[in-house]
Design a protein around this ligand. Structure first.
Ligand code: X2X
Length: 340
């Protein structure tokens, strides 16, 4: 009896040793976190914060290094999602826009004029729609953990104030990596060109393109007024949430306790990121808008009637892409927004 107990205990002990050795071997010295924007922007700061919180919560077992500028895929942000799946990237905080070429459902957030305000964004990301999109991502073999935010995308240009589609006629516009954007800007009479963020800045500086669309936090931190972007229109036509994800194999290599720590860190960093992305651009706190005007930028807000003209002209694009995204998902999103 005694002997048997001893043997069982020894075996258990050996298994524990083997288990812990295995786990320790499986942990890498460094995990690569991809973001498009660097630490001058809320997006890059969210990456920094996630890494910091993970280090803290795992007592340094998981060490994350930030690779901004989508540098792990040579700056081509539309290849980021594939690179996460392939393990070239271990973790990412990515924009729904940049991943939508591979995950068509993520085009939802790019439907023109779907989300009228912040509550509408939250009703999607924090509700059933958000859960369904996370399931879709899981089926694509990445592990989604939390939502963050790049922001409502406002349009700027170097030529003249824009308060109607007619004002945009013939503008060469830099657009991001989903064909939905080409179609939206074509429908409005502009001349869109798709390019990465890395290429967009020199193109704006040289005048190869006249305009672009990005959240105000990006407009300010990238100093777009210094490259001639002197006219800004607040039209809130789309917003891009960010998603915190981990490569599936990397996730599986961590202990359950460490996975939970990484998830909690993502939720915390995500929440802080959303707050930061919204700071200074609301009616109650417009410090960022003031800063933009102080840089000599003419800011145009649309009246409800002016906005309606843009909505009508882009409606065929909305209808067409609803089918690509999935009519049920779009309906669910419209319902959540109506009830917000
Ligand atoms: O490329 C852009 O415009 C940016 C930085 O906003 C995204 O990555 C979606």
């Amino acid at each position: 009896m005694l002997r048997r107990t001893f043997m069982v205990a020894t075996a258990a002990c050996m298994m524990m040793v083997a288990g812990s050795t295995l786990a320790a071997d499986a942990y890498r010295a460094e995990y690569r976190l991809s973001t498009v924007l660097g630490t001058a922007f809320p997006w890059g700061q969210a990456g920094e914060r996630w890494a910091e919180l993970v280090k803290e919560k795992t007592q340094g077992r998981i060490n994350i290094k930030l690779y901004p500028g989508t540098s792990l895929v040579g700056g081509d942000q539309t290849r980021e999602f594939t690179a996460i799946r392939q393990g070239v990237i271990d973790l990412a905080i990515g924009s729904t826009i940049n991943w939508s070429p591979q995950v068509k459902e993520l085009n939802l957030f790019s439907l023109p004029f779907l989300m009228p305000d912040y509550k509408a964004i939250d009703s999607l990301t924090q509700g059933e729609v958000g859960k369904q999109l996370f399931k879709t991502l899981e089926q694509r073999e990445v592990v989604p953990l939390a939502w963050g935010e790049n922001g409502f995308r406002e349009m700027s240009n170097s030529k003249r104030p824009v308060s109607s589609p007619a004002d945009m006629k013939g503008f060469k516009f830099r657009v991001v990596g989903s064909p939905l954007y080409n179609e939206t800007f074509s429908a409005l009479g502009a001349n869109p060109t798709q390019m990465s963020w890395a290429d967009a800045q020199p193109a704006l500086a040289s005048g190869a393109v006249d305009g672009q669309e990005n959240p105000l936090s990006v407009f300010v931190a990238a100093k777009l007024p210094t490259v001639g972007q002197k006219y800004l229109t607040l039209w809130h036509y789309v917003a891009d949430p960010l998603i915190f994800v981990v490569n599936k194999e990397v996730w599986a290599s961590w202990t359950p306790a460490d996975r939970e720590a990484v998830k909690q860190a993502a939720l915390e960093a995500g929440k802080e990121n959303v707050e930061k992305a919204r700071k200074g651009i609301a009616a109650s706190d417009n410090a960022v808008l003031k800063q933009i005007e102080a840089a000599g930028v003419t800011v145009t807000s649309l009246t409800p009637e002016q906005r309606e003209v843009f909505v009508k002209m882009t409606r065929p694009v909305y209808e067409k892409w609803s089918k690509t995204i999935g009519a049920d998902l779009v309906k669910k999103a419209e319902g959540a927004i109506a009830q917000r």
